[in-house]
Design a protein around this ligand. Sequence first.
Ligand code: FE2
Ligand code: FE2
Length: 272
Amino acid sequence: MSTTASTDWGPALEDALFLTVAHRHVPGLPARRAAPPRGPETPAEVQALCDDWVRTAAHDLFIVQAVARAMHTVFAEDPHVQLLLSRQLGDDGDHAVEARRHLWALRGSDPLSEIQRHLAEHWARAGDIPFRGVAGFLAFEFHYELYILARMQIVRRTARIADTAMKDFAESRIRPDEAFHRSQIVGWWLDKLQAMAQEERARFTREILAQDEALQQRLNPFLREELADMARVYGADLAEAHAIYDDWRRTLLAKLLDTDASALGALTSIVH
Ligand SMILES: [Fe+2]
Ligand SMILES: [Fe+2]
């Protein structure tokens, strides 16, 4: 068993961990991309990028709503966690605002109703898991903030196309904000886990695994669709993305539950 200190968590640890995982499946995946992606060149490519901004806005707005509900329910008596989550809520809200503004400028009309349709699908999939106690909330955070990093990391290294008009916002805001959300939630959780007595730790581990598995099963068709979209929209090489995702999730869960990856038993695969 290797214990990860809560203060160690950050982009350096995540990047190294991701490359270790990815190289088990794609030995030649570069640590850094060789050439920058190009901007969209055809109306179809612009349209595909727009569709992805709609999905991004819905994803961020879903996080805002889920976090807000958890603050009022699971963490109603916990001002420390409320303060911690308020940064995530504000940042992800801002990401959704910028995506909406960008779409509105490109299309000439407010994309909110389309964003709302995707948002309703997020709620239909996740149900009450994000505010089903601390374990459900953590499963939600793990899926929506941490496991998602597998596809982001692959796209970052292999995409041939990018929305160059949003490059500055993506690099100076979205990427550092998301890194902060991950280190904040993981730091809080690892400190909490380390302070638990053996029995409580075992119970929490079981509960988180059960909620995490339930969410994996509910999200699977959507996650596969998202990966296929990333390949189509960005020209990214996602051929091994299913295997990398499964391995990444198991590797992270082992770190987050402070156990060996092999001790986690069988986990639901993204392909099931
Ligand atoms: Fe975000
Ligand atoms: Fe976030």
